[in-house]
Design a protein around this ligand. Structure first.
Ligand code: FAD
Length: 380
């Protein structure tokens, strides 16, 4: 068993760290305060090849594999989680969906633009009435000649107002349950694609999350992704990859909490000594560091299994479950270690605390991860 990164992976990790520290960290607080969209950061990521991490070189991607992608996402999220979620959705959901389920023609048409970052990809599964129970979605696709016509409203769509291509899940058969769901590749310039209300969020304020109205969007039959009626298993298997992305995000945020806490514990003095001299603070740091390491190992294990072409659904859920809890525990303790200062916007731990929260909610809540893990245990 080998816990070491390869030389190439280590070089990638260092390059991503240097980039994130120099280009993303200085912009993160301002993007959060502005509550806009991290467009400038995404443009910078483009130059690093971070928009094509899941895409093979044949289509212009950087083909970093799941471990490589995870390492980059950890470093990006350590400095700016709003950039991190945008990269995760674009790479782990949109590009990955085309790589795995796209036809040759679809790959040729879309992947080079996505990999180069000329186009941004989004993923629209959730609706007002179907979050955890994604299989109950009602957004409708009606056959009209060779085309499909999409009608309905999606909710919570990450950068749905910024994207160029969206993987949209819609119901092609009202009576077939989860077998009546199909995935479509929808270009956002098409008539009837209308981003709606932008959510005012607790965290990830530099990323945009919007309602999406599909008002008679005409989609050619050639833009069905995978097979008609097979959209639900496609969505679930993509979420396995997406969960490695969110686990990586959580590890990055938790690592940032740990580093900020160590720095503050060394600098802040009370009772005539640095607060890091007190046992209570040392215990917090020790627990935090141990959990961050465990979360990183779980996440890289899931990524490594994916790279080896082995089943990794349970492991991805375990990584997401543990890493997202770790990020939230670490953020809570980081604020505590900073005392009153941690409750202000003068220190980044306040932002980490808000950003960490959603890692336990999206791409399957903590409760749903437990359900997935338990089901797989009981089935085996
Ligand atoms: C910032 C942000 C970005 C997002 N981006 C996207 C995106 O790009 N694309 C997209 O499609 N979606 C996106 N989502 C949606 C996200 O995936 C859902 O919010 C998530 O799946 C939970 O669904 P819900 O909010 O409807 O909660 P609900 O499903 O209503 O859950 C409410 C509570 O009930 C619990 N619960 C539900 N069912 C069970 C059960 N069977 N057993 C135990 N507990 C249960 C949940 O764990 C939770 O605690 C995003 C969400 C946020 C907040």
């Amino acid at each position: 068993m080998d816990f070491d990164l390869t030389e190439d992976q280590r070089i990638l990790q260092e390059a991503a760290r240097e980039f994130a520290e120099n280009e993303l960290a200085p912009r993160a607080a301002a993007s959060d305060a502005a509550e806009g969209f991290v467009r400038e950061q995404i443009d910078l990521c483009k130059e690093m090849g971070f928009l094509g991490m899941a895409v093979s070189e044949a289509y212009g991607g950087s083909e970093l594999g799941a471990v490589g992608t995870s390492l980059v996402l950890m470093e990006v999220n350590r400095c700016c989680a709003s950039t991190g979620v945008t990269l995760s959705v674009h790479n782990s959901l949109t590009c990955e969906s085309l790589m795995r389920f796209g036809s040759d023609e679809q790959k040729q048409r879309y992947l080079p633009k996505l990999a180069a970052g000329e186009w941004l990809g989004a993923y629209a599964l959730s609706e007002a009435g179907s979050g955890s129970d994604a299989g109950s979605l009602v957004c409708k696709a009606t056959k009209d000649g060779d085309d499909w016509v999409l009608d309905g409203t999606k909710l919570w769509i990450s950068h749905g107002d910024q994207a160029d291509l969206v993987v949209v899940f819609a119901r092609t058969d009202a009576d077939a349950g989860t077998k009546g769901i199909t995935a479509f590749l929808v270009e956002t310039s098409w008539d009837g694609y209308k981003p709606g209300k932008k959510e005012k969020k607790m965290g990830l304020r530099g990323s945009s999350t919007v309602e999406l109205h599909l008002d008679h969007v005409r989609v050619p039959a050639g833009n069905v992704l995978g097979e008609v009626g097979r959209g639900f298993p496609l969505a679930l298997s993509l979420l396995d990859t997406g969960r490695i992305g969110i686990a990586s995000q959580a590890v990055g945020i938790a690592q940032a909490c740990l580093e900020a806490s160590i720095k503050y514990a060394r600098e802040r003095e009370q009772f005539g000594k640095p607060i890091g001299a007190f046992g209570a603070i040392q215990e917090k740091l020790a627990d935090m560091a141990t959990r961050v390491d465990a979360a990183r190992l779980l996440t890289l294990r899931a990524a490594s299994l994916k790279d080896q072409g082995k089943p990794h659904g349970r492991e991805a859920s375990m990584a997401k479950l543990f890493a997202s809890r770790t990020a939230n525990d670490a953020a809570k303790e980081a604020v505590q270690i900073h005392g009153g200062a941690g409750y202000t916007r003068d220190f980044p731990v306040e932002r980490y605390f808000r950003d960490a929260r959603v890692t336990e909610i999206y791409e399957g809540t903590t409760e749903i991860q437990r359900l997935v893990i338990a089901r797989s245990l009981l089935a085996s």
